[in-house]
Design a protein around this ligand. Structure first.
Ligand code: G3H
Ligand code: 13P
Ligand code: ZN
Length: 314
């Protein structure tokens, strides 16, 4: 089947208490690892591409790889999504390029400006059958193209504002700031997620799908492998997976994961280089890296509860 939007996926995820995994892709091996996992686990899938990913790999290459993945998996619903579109022009470009979902991230803007930007993107995207994710509240962490705030607890989403925002913009889903942040260093002390905010928003907006960014768990075994084989990530800490599962059973219908895939790939490549210092054939380290991505994604699909749910999302 052709690429789909996230509409049906979110409807089923909300109704049946799970979340769909949205995984970031930057190259062929990452995409293949993710797609092998969803084919094995029969899960719906959102492949997301950041502006940085597109600059790195070129849209034509990424779209080509994704088109093959879609053609080879006709019984799996796959959506292709722009992650963190920061301007109307960027969102327009991705809509025009055939993405089925775009995120307009106006979270850094004052409330009214965020509404105006989001509304403009919604009008353009909806007229072309594309769905829109927006963001209200601010996450922490720093990525190449996404700069967050230092103290996430001061920038959590206000539930009353969320209602006004959704009503005024007509967005299809909303990314909320509930204590998560991007990258591998999410907490300095005990991890905490503001489940009360998720709960309150879902009471005020029943049936409306929420999105959780910054949802990697920085699994201790992968951190240990990276550190063992010459890496240096001693203080890395993520969102514990039981918290991700809890949010997935609530109104959170889309969970964004990038860092955990990066760590799986990095750990495996470091291991190959450490154990075989003479290795110089990229297939001999990218291949195992791709397998590591597949196993990480398979595991995540069970954490999110979406394994086996591809059929009902078609
Ligand atoms: O939200 C951020 C994602 O991890 C993408 O990161 O902009 O470095 O591709 P990136
Ligand atoms: P992580 O850095 O926790 O994987 O979050 C990724 C993300 O939110 C992409 O939009
Ligand atoms: Zn994000």
């Amino acid at each position: 089947m052709p690429l789909v939007t996230t509409k049906k996926m979110f409807e089923m995820a909300y109704k049946n208490g799970y979340a769909v995994g949205a995984f970031n892709v930057n190259n062929m091996e990452i995409t293949q690892g993710i797609v092998e996992a969803i084919a094995q686990e029969k899960a719906p899938l959102i492949l997301q591409i950041s502006k940085g990913a597109r600059e790195y790999a070129k849209n034509s290459y990424l779209k080509g790889i994704i088109n093959v993945a879609v053609a080879e998996n006709p019984s799996i619903p796959i959506a292709i999504h722009l992650d963190h579109g920061d301007t109307f022009e960027t969102c327009k470009q991705f809509v025009d390029d055939g993405f089925t979902s775009v995120m307009v991230d106006g979270s850094h803007l004052p409330f009214e400006e965020n509404i105006a930007l989001t509304k403009k993107v919604v009008e353009y995207a909806h007229a072309r059958g594309v769905v829109v994710e927006a963001e209200l509240g601010q996450l922490g962490g720093i990525e190449e193209h996404v700069v967050g705030v230092d103290d996430v607890s001061k920038h959590l989403t206000d539930p009353a504002q969320a209602v006004e925002f959704v009503k005024k913009t007509g967005c299809d889903s909303l990314a909320v700031a509930c204590g998560t942040s991007h990258g591998a260093y999410k907490f300095k002390t005990e991890p905490t997620i503001a489940f009360d905010i998720i709960e309150e928003i879902s009471k005020k907006l029943p049936g409306f799908p929420l999105v959780m960014h910054g949802s990697s768990s920085v699994l201790p075994e992968f951190k240990a492998l990276i550190n063992k084989y010459g890496g240096k990530m001693p203080d890395a800490m993520g969102v514990p997976e039981d918290m991700i599962t809890k949010a997935s059973k609530m109104a959170v219908c889309k969970v964004n994961i990038d860092t955990d895939l990066r760590m799986a790939l990095t750990a495996k490549i470091r291991q190959v280089f450490a154990e075989k210092p003479g290795e110089f054939d990229p297939r001999k380290y990218l291949g195992p890296g791709r397998d590591a991505i597949r196993e990480m994604v398979r595991h995540k699909l069970h954490v999110l509860g979406c394994a086996g749910k591809a059929g009902e999302c078609l």
